[in-house]
Write a protein that binds this ligand. Structure first.
Ligand SMILES: [Zn+2]
Ligand SMILES: [Zn+2]
Ligand SMILES: [Zn+2]
Length: 155
């Protein structure tokens, strides 16, 4: 993974710094999105808030990560796919927030539907966030914890 981190930074002509390495590796290690607060917490021992903030801004500008709107005003970020470039994001997919585990996911395969606006209106961006129960939580519901002779096994 260390190689991948360096590779992504170099490809985007960013110098490899400790904070960039740390924060990018956080994104590569998780499936889904990270909240600004989570990133601060996980990188906070080594880097101050300003460094974390600037690093995230740089990644967004370079097309490495994109922001996800949330209803509680906490910004979340997720990795972009390869088609995003500096200054140009093409993350026209739907985002999903699980009400059970709280994770925010990029549903890459579900594109934002086209919306017809009344005459005189032009849109610059459409963001769609769907709330519900994610696949993993739905699966958990269906696979009960098995109890054998007092041993609780989580499948
Ligand atoms: Zn993007
Ligand atoms: Zn879930
Ligand atoms: Zn996304």
């Amino acid at each position: 993974m260390a190689i991948e981190v360096d590779d992504i930074l170099r490809r985007n002509s960013l110098s490899v710094t400790d904070s960039r390495k740390k924060i990018l590796s956080l994104f590569l290690s998780i499936h889904g999105a990270l909240a600004h607060g989570d990133i601060e917490r996980k990188a906070g021992e080594k880097f101050d808030r300003v460094t974390v903030y600037r690093t995230l801004q740089t990644f967004v500008e370079k097309g490495i990560i994109h922001t996800i709107p949330t209803t509680d005003n906490s910004v979340r970020y997720a990795l972009c796919k390869d088609n995003c470039t500096e200054g140009h994001h093409h993350d026209n997919h739907i985002h999903f927030i699980c009400m059970q585990c709280g994770s925010t996911l990029c549903l890459e395969e579900v594109l934002v539907p086209e919306v017809r606006l009344p005459k005189g209106f032009t849109s610059s961006e459409i963001e769609v966030v769907i709330k519900g129960i994610c696949k993993e939580c739905n699966n958990k519901k269906n696979s009960p914890i098995v109890e054998t002779a007092g041993l609780r096994l989580r499948l």
